[in-house]
Ligand binder design. Structure first.
Ligand SMILES: [Zn+2]
Length: 423
């Protein structure tokens, strides 16, 4: 499973486009072309297959493949037995060892770490539950560093080298700084530099230097996109609204296979869309935000369940499955509020799918009805252009898997950078 990269700062758009293609950039381009061609095939392919599919000469493909083999991005596999004349060709596939992505996640009630290898497989995944509300950021990031160190060591034991780390946070992020994460009570926390320094002190300088910080719902949306694309390559160009439910509620908007982040990178704050202007005060300071009606706490409170229990959401799902009226009413009420907010988004940006992620995934069976009903009642075009509401395929792990996958996608998109500058 591979996802879109988190955008790195662009060097130059129009200037690059108008510059002549030199030998070096041709090689850079073609290395990526060959690697992606191998990645796109579900079975091992030969050098001749790659040449035929890309239009490159066999000699050029051989040279590029040698570089990718030396850089541990590809491996050779035994040829499939073949009847008929001629010696069967050696197959190529993405390396299951070698470079891998590290995903890290800070959420309100847990920390998580995950390693995804170049083939897109999740190789390690660990979640540590802890109530992080109001804890000093330095303390939280120290715990995250310990989790990262243990995860990197486990990956190294599997012959995986961490090529980079992306950390997901439930808040507004710009330039590696969390401007605001209301549910963590974080303001202006320089996560990239603090985590980078902590990882360096822990002996992971290269990983520390590579840290990217991104909003959790954006990464979850990219994780979801990658999972779809793995099952169906046509889904790479999908457009959808991914709603991430936790203590907070966020959204990732994907249009034509690319993350839509807004002009300043702060898009997707669905949790603070107004449901009722005179509603209860939200942590953000406004009144009647979606979060107050549809977050984890609102549902558990309405269902009369203990909000502090680790398995509270699982209990809510169990009670809903058993037909408990309070649980069903709590989930239906949240679904109605989610549907009202989602309908506004669909009216504005015309996506054809709404994905219920995070804690909404295990509750999707009871949420899809009310969310879909509000969308079909409120979206002007719903009668000609129906909107599908579905559960996330990755569920609560979408964020951290998406974070690790974004590192892998960066290597797949630009293998030359890894070959020359990888840790
Ligand atoms: Zn709010």
């Amino acid at each position: 499973m591979v996802v879109d990269p988190v955008p790195r700062p662009a060097s130059a758009g129009a200037a690059d486009r108008d510059a002549p293609v030199r030998q070096r950039s041709l090689r850079t381009h073609n290395l990526g072309l060959v690697l992606r061609q191998v990645a796109a095939c579900p079975h091992p392919v030969s050098r001749a297959d790659v040449a035929a599919a890309t239009g490159l000469t066999k000699a050029t493909v051989s040279t590029l493949v040698d570089e990718l083999l030396a850089g541990a991005l590809l491996v050779e596999v035994d040829p499939a037995p073949r009847s008929g004349a001629g010696r069967p060709a050696v197959g190529l596939r993405l390396a299951p060892h070698g470079p891998a992505g590290l995903g890290l996640e800070v959420n309100v009630d847990y920390l998580a770490a995950c390693v995804v290898d170049l083939t897109g497989s999740v190789r390690h995944h660990r979640v540590d539950s802890a109530d992080l509300r109001g804890r000093p950021p330095a303390q939280v990031l120290a715990d995250l560093t310990d989790l990262a160190v243990a995860t990197v060591a486990a990956a190294a034991a599997d012959d995986l080298r961490i090529a980079g780390a992306t950390v997901a946070v439930p808040g507004l992020v710009a330039d590696g700084v969390v401007r605001l994460a209301p549910n963590l009570e974080w303001h202006e926390v320089a996560v990239r530099s603090m985590l980078g320094e902590a990882l360096t002190r822990a002996g992971l300088a290269a990983v520390g230097a590579s840290v990217i910080v991104e909003n959790e719902a954006n990464l979850a949306a990219l994780g979801e996109l990658g999972a779809w694309a793995e099952a169906d390559p046509g889904a790479e160009r999908a457009s959808f609204l991914y709603i991430s439910g936790e203590i907070g509620v966020g959204a990732g908007i994907v249009l034509g296979g690319r993350l839509f982040r807004g002009a300043r990178g702060f898009g997707g704050e669905l949790g603070h869309v107004t449901i009722r202007p005179d509603g209860p005060r939200c942590r953000c300071g406004a009144r009647g935000c979606l979060e107050a009606y549809a977050n984890q706490e609102a549902m558990l409170r309405a269902a009369g369940l203990d909000r502090s229990a680790d398995d509270a959401v699982a209990r809510l799902a169990t009670q809903a499955a058993a037909g408990a009226p309070a649980a069903l009413a709590a989930v239906a009420e949240a679904g109605t509020a989610l549907g009202v907010a989602a309908a506004s988004v669909v009216n504005l940006i015309d996506v054809d799918t709404v994905v219920l992620g995070g804690i909404y995934a295990p509750l999707a069976e009871w949420l899809i009805g009310p969310v879909g009903r509000e969308i079909s009642d409120r979206v002007l075009t719903a009668q000609w252009a129906p909107v599908t509401v579905r559960a996330s395929v990755l569920g609560p792990s979408a964020t951290v898997v998406g974070a690790a996958g974004s590192v892998v996608r960066t290597i797949r998109d630009a293998p030359a950078a890894w070959l020359t500058g990888g840790p």
